[in-house]
Design a protein around this ligand. Structure first.
Ligand code: HEM
Length: 215
């Protein structure tokens, strides 16, 4: 674990300990008794849960909003199709989250020996599931690289799937929809300043380094 992450984990742990002895009117203080009710009292588990929520609930959403805007502005025909038809915002967001999934990969451990499409997977080995690739599977999404807000809705994997799928998916979509709707309403002449988007060099996430706009 790199030093910055270790230092941040230590900081969050000190906040958990402080709020355990002296609860305040805040999120961490509310989480502590809620987790205790579920039998979770280990302060390190609490700290890691808070870090997960912080990373997922804040950065994925912020960067996700930026890439929705980027997808819209770099596809002017689609942007034009959305303007004046606010009911399409939800579909446009789902399509943008499909094509540039903020979370690109999740990991699982095989519980037994198995085989997927002819590849043997040994029990206890780690398998990386590439959500970004699944979202562009041509068998599921015809012309998968095309950003098309009128695409018939299909299940996509940006929020994972199954038991551990994203707890905040509905919240994330609602936040993104509110942000994009406000943006469309208040920045009628917006355009991209950079033609080529610059993505952060992170294997697990598709996050823009920055999004330069002219208003
Ligand atoms: C665009 C925004 C978001 C994206 C792309 C995203 C993506 C994901 C993905 C792919 C997973 C599955 C992880 C896995 O299966 O290993 C996940 C899990 C999770 N997400 Fe999100 N997320 C987002 C926003 C949020 C928000 C807003 C919250 C909370 C308010 C949240 C809380 C969680 C939690 C707690 C889990 C773990 C669920 C579990 O393991 O049972 N996420 N997220």
């Amino acid at each position: 674990m790199d030093n910055q992450l270790a230092a941040f984990r230590h900081y969050v742990l000190t906040v958990v300990q402080a709020r355990t002895t002296n609860p305040q009117h805040d999120y961490v203080s509310a989480l502590i008794p809620a987790m205790a009710e579920a039998g979770i009292r280990d302060p390190m588990v609490l700290a890691d849960t808070i870090i997960l929520l912080f990373a997922d609930a804040v950065e994925n959403v912020d960067r996700g909003i930026a890439s929705v805007v980027q997808s819209l502005l770099s596809n002017p025909d689609q942007f034009a199709a959305l303007r004046g038809v606010p009911e399409r915002t939800g579909a446009a967001i789902e399509e943008a989250l499909r094509i540039e999934s903020p979370a690109q990969a999740i990991a699982r451990v095989a519980r037994s020996d198995t085989e997927i499409h002819g590849t043997a997977i040994k029990q206890d080995s780690t398998v990386l599931l590439i959500l970004g690739a699944a979202n562009r599977d041509p068998a599921q999404f015809p012309a998968p690289d095309r950003f098309d807000i009128a695409r018939p809705r299909q299940a996509y994997l940006s929020f994972g799937k199954g038991k551990h799928s994203c707890l905040g998916a509905q919240l994330a979509k609602a936040e993104t929809e509110a942000a994009v709707a406000a943006f469309l309403a208040h920045a009628p002449n917006v355009r991209l300043v950079d033609d080529a988007p610059q993505w952060l060099a992170r294997p697990g996430h598709r996050w823009l380094a920055h999004l330069r706009l002219a208003l």
